[in-house]
Design a binder for this molecule. Sequence first.
Ligand SMILES: Nc1nc2c(c(=O)[nH]1)N[C@H]1C(S)=C(S)[C@@H](COP(=O)(O)O)O[C@H]1N2
Ligand SMILES: [Mo]
Length: 198
Amino acid sequence: MTRGFFRRHAEPADEGRLPPGQYLERGFPVLSAGPTPRVPTERWDFAVYGAVGGERRWTWDEFHALPRESITKDIHCVTSWTKFDTAWEGVSVDALLDGIHPQGGFAVAECDGGYTTNLALDDLTGGKAWVVDTYDGKPLPPEHGGPARLLVPHLYFWKSAKWVRRIRITEHDEPGFWETLGYHDRGDPWREQRYAGD
Ligand SMILES: Nc1nc2c(c(=O)[nH]1)N[C@H]1C(S)=C(S)[C@@H](COP(=O)(O)O)O[C@H]1N2
Ligand SMILES: [Mo]
């Protein structure tokens, strides 16, 4: 009997919730490609720009005046851990795009620290993606992406860009940080789209 045995198996009732090749994680690992940026909320803003009818920008206070949602979802990291029932609060990308009229079908999430990830606009809209600033009822800790991160739980967690500050709408799909290094363009955990060509 090893600890690994328990970490790799879900309760029978939960088996259908684990995408192929994933194990159940009960902690909350931190995976960051670089140091944790720390931006005070007085200097934080969020923008949607690029191929849009008009750029929009929100200060921290303006962002908090937008309609908020509570979201509880399973998350799936490409390094094979899945965590059930993670609880967040934030603003849907649908609300951020309200009135913006995208003129392209793709987006790049841009972060403090330089991380980027690309998404089809279809994966960011329709109640599937949020900019969240609260985890488990508390302000999102810096190591997990605070002040605010993207949450796109139906795709591998590398698409959930931490410290996100901008969504740039693009006409053409532009690979982001991990996608340039060989990760899959879309990253659907149920299709096990880990690497380019999967
Ligand atoms: N800005 C930024 N966002 C990021 C990353 C990163 O290195 N920088 N890592 C990604 C990866 S690979 C994963 S698995 C998750 C990890 O989030 P966590 O540290 O909150 O578990 O964040 C994603 N978002
Ligand atoms: Mo990851």
